[in-house]
Design a protein around this ligand. Structure first.
Ligand SMILES: [Zn+2]
Length: 257
């Protein structure tokens, strides 16, 4: 089967899908939508790996989210590397990054764990999927310091200036259902400033359900709504957003440089 589209970031391994995971996956695939499932802890990374191995049109990322940076054990990096090297369906490191909004882990621990996982991605020659919230300067500084030029800022909600800085590093930008929110005028204008050939789209399921499903559990099929809003901002056909973002996702995650 040929895919029409990929939801480049959805947590199908999350316990929110424990009751109907296979049904959700089946209806997603039926519409030609594939999924990339990122980990956020070691346990959820392992679940993402298992899910990707068991499903043709699913791929996994492995990594420790900034919220859980302080849980990182000394053997974790070796395990992340082992997954990337032994499992062809594991296509990158993520989600990693910095979150100074919640500071669930101390900022210093977040920086250490982000830096070492980004360096691991570079060393392994795979892309990174990065979460950043109220930490744009430090995120850019660490990406520059590590010098890794393959990655995506997932669920982008930043400014046009931040988007330009990300693009200048050779990175991609992924938009989520956040661009459909009524209050997100400024973010929709940012969409206009990012070239289509650098855009990925995602749901971040089970979070961030787009309008008109706000507040409900999100699911990968709703990535179609994100594509529609990107198309509206870009004044192009939704089909073109499908095609270009699919090709961007393939070249970022599936093609070795
Ligand atoms: Zn996520």
């Amino acid at each position: 089967m040929t895919l029409n589209l990929i939801d480049s970031h959805c947590h199908l391994q999350d316990e929110d899908f424990d009751g109907d995971r296979e049904a959700v996956y089946d209806r997603t695939i039926k519409e030609g939508v594939g999924v990339i499932v990122p980990g956020y802890t070691m346990a959820s990374s392992e679940k993402a790996v298992e899910f990707s191995v068991a499903h043709n049109h699913a791929w996994a990322l492995v990594g420790i989210h900034p919220h859980d940076a302080q849980t990182r054990q000394s053997t974790d990096l070796d395990q992340l590397a082992a997954w990337v090297q032994s499992q062809p369906k594991v296509v990158g490191i993520g989600e990693i990054g910095l979150d100074y909004h919640y500071n669930n882990s101390p900022p210093e621990a977040q920086r250490v764990v982000f830096r070492e996982q980004l360096a691991l991605a570079k060393q392994l020659g795979v892309p990174a999927s990065v979460h950043t919230r109220e930490a744009e300067e430090d995120t850019l500084a660490i990406i520059r310091e590590v010098g890794h030029h393959r990655g995506v800022i997932h669920c982008f909600t930043g400014t046009a200036e931040f988007a330009q800085a990300v693009l200048a590093l050779g990175w991609h930008i992924s938009f989520s259902g956040a661009i459909t929110f009524k209050s997100a005028h400024a973010l929709r204008q940012v969409v206009e400033t990012v070239p289509l050939d650098r855009i990925l789209i995602e749901t971040d399921s089970p979070y961030l359900s787009p309008v008109p499903w706000r507040g409900q559990r999100n699911e990968p099929l709703r990535v179609i709504r994100v594509a529609e809003v990107v198309a509206a901002q870009k004044n192009c056909l939704t089909k073109q957003v499908f095609d270009v973002t699919l090709s961007n996702t393939y070249s970022l995650f599936f093609v070795s440089p």
